[in-house]
Design a protein around this ligand. Structure first.
Ligand code: NAD
Length: 490
């Protein structure tokens, strides 16, 4: 696959690139240089209608294909993604600004995992046989929902497209995917790959656009299900609109997740995880553990080593394979992070390290904010309560287990949580008390496809990955089969 940054058209509908220059302009900017890489257009009503019609056609064909053959197509797509990992990773780096050393291992590869997993499991999926006595029985069948809509955030454009498409397509649905307007390029390549893998035209259409196009699609009567990855405010709007039309939803929303580091923790591991869970992808990850609660007995040692290790992170042009830390996705997102850093200082937290705009010599115009660590943070501060979605870690001190559990849960969010301790009894006791959908013991932010991923409370509904995701893209039909004559009183 050759890497062309400017696609042949803004949208991918019915197996081909299409354009409608009447749509609002979407400028695609490389965050490391601020240069414009491509100019796309937001979808017009005509594009939306064409995408829905084509997806409905494809879905009828696809639902009749055997699960084994559907799985084969998904697995072929996974293979093509792996063969093109280098080009897809470069594109992901241009779209998001994430370092190539991250995108080579975390994006297209994770999308391929998802397609392999659901492609492999779907033929083995079966319904229930329920004996009812007297020869009667019931059976259940898993049926597709129809055309599903995926709406993406900008941080993981390839992964989000695949995590939504894989269970949807495995279950016999078609998908229309609307990428974030900030990172619109990667999903187009996935659409090309599905066609090359043998999927019917229209099975996976990509429609570009701002929030209004997302809303138009959510409200379209041809859409049966909406899966959104985005912020809580957008989630409230999308879930509200979908509920009014009684559509199925999956909501993968924001977080302000806690990491609890007890006094018996392996400190180097806990620091490594806290750094990964705050600075990977320049902090732009929903499940990040942005509230790091450290036991008072090890707090100062933890902070000293954390500072040392944070200050040695190599910041620079994300195309350089040695670079460990890239720019933020946009100038606006950089400004949000810098503003929160000012808020943290004004609230009385101590900025231990980082937290300033930097201009690396190889990418002086990029949107870089150096990884920030605040200490002396208290629970009432905005930097400890609000999702920043940037490289801003808050370190908070605690003294007892009951106290830290109560403080960790005192948030509207419930996406993820992590705990570091050598005491296995405590690990499970604390995890059971944490209000979070996705938890880790002695690690952080690992999201293998076999494990369900998703949040509770305001962080969302539904799950991605694992067999559980299939339940959110299918519906059950129950069939009662009678063995004898109908016993009617009439
Ligand atoms: P966002 O909410 O601004 O936008 C998400 C998507 O929704 C975009 O494609 C946008 O165009 C679309 N949209 C906006 N308004 C809409 C409307 N009214 N109707 C339909 N669609 C609409 O989020 P973002 O800034 O792109 O991403 C960052 C957020 O995403 C953070 O809050 C982060 O935590 C969250 N996120 C969550 C997960 C997860 O899996 N839980 C993963 C990544 C990001």
């Amino acid at each position: 696959m050759s890497l062309s940054l400017t696609p042949q058209g803004s949208h991918f509908v019915d197996g081909a690139y299409v354009e409608d220059a009447d749509g609002a302009v979407i400028d695609v900017i490389f965050p490391a240089t601020g240069e414009q890489m491509a100019k796309l257009h937001s979808a017009t009503t005509a594009i939306v209608e064409a995408a829905v019609e084509s997806a409905q056609r494809a879905q009828r064909i696809w639902a009749a294909v055997s699960p084994l053959e559907r799985g084969r197509v998904l697995q072929r797509a996974a293979q093509l993604i792996r063969e093109n990992n280098e080009a897809l990773s470069e594109l992901e780096t241009y779209d998001t600004g994430k370092p190539i050393q991250e995108t080579l291992v975390a994006d297209a590869t994770s999308g391929a995992d998802s397609l392999e997993f659901f492609g492999g499991m779907i033929a083995a999926d079966s319904g229930q046989y329920i004996p009812l006595g007297g020869g009667d029985f019931a059976l259940t069948k898993r049926e597709p929902l129809g055309v599903c809509l995926g709406i993406g955030a900008w941080n993981y454009p390839t992964q989000i497209a695949c995590w939504k498409a894989a269970p949807a397509l495995a279950g016999g649905n078609a998908m229309i995917f609307k990428p974030s307007e900030t990172t619109p390029l990667c999903a187009l390549k996935i659409a090309e790959i599905f066609i090359e893998a043998g999927a019917p035209k229209g099975l996976f259409n990509v429609v570009q656009g701002y929030g209004d196009v997302g809303a138009m699609l959510v409200n379209h009567p041809g859409i049966e299900k909406v899966s959104l990855t985005g912020s809580v405010p957008t989630g409230r709007k999308v879930a509200g609109a979908a509920a009014a039309a009684l559509k199925h939803i999956t909501m993968e929303l924001g977080g302000k997740s806690p990491i609890l580091v007890f006094e018996d923790a392996d400190i180097e591991s806990a620091i490594g995880a806290a750094m990964l869970g705050n600075f990977y992808s320049s902090g732009q990850i929903c499940s990040n553990g942005t509230r790091v609660f450290v036991h008072e007995a090890i707090h100062d040692r933890f902070v000293a080593r954390l500072t040392e290790r944070t200050e040695s992170i190599l910041i620079g042009d994300p195309r350089n394979p040695d670079v460990q830390y890239g720019p933020m996705v946009t100038k606006a997102q950089m400004q949000i992070a810098l503003d929160y850093i000012e808020i943290g200082k004004a609230e009385g937290a101590t900025l231990q390290t980082g937290g300033v705009r930097v201009s690396p010599s190889d990418a002086p115009d990029g949107f870089f904010v150096s990884p920030a660590v605040f200490i002396g943070v208290t629970d009432d501060m905005r930097i400890a309560r609000e999702e920043i979605f940037g490289p801003v870690m808050s370190v908070l001190k605690f003294a007892s287990e009951d106290e830290v559990v109560a403080r960790a849960n005192a948030t509207e969010f419930g996406l993820a949580a992590g705990i570091f301790t050598q005491d296995i009894t405590r690990a499970h006791r604390v995890i059971d008390r944490l209000e979070a959908g996705t938890c880790w013991i002695n690690t952080y932010n690992q999201t293998p496809v076999q494990m369900p991923f998703g949040g509770v409370k305001a962080s969302g509904f539904g799950r991605e990955n694992s067999a559980a995701a299939l339940d959110h893209y299918t519906q059950l039909k129950s069939v009662y089969v009678a063995a004898g004559p109908v016993d009617s009183p009439y």
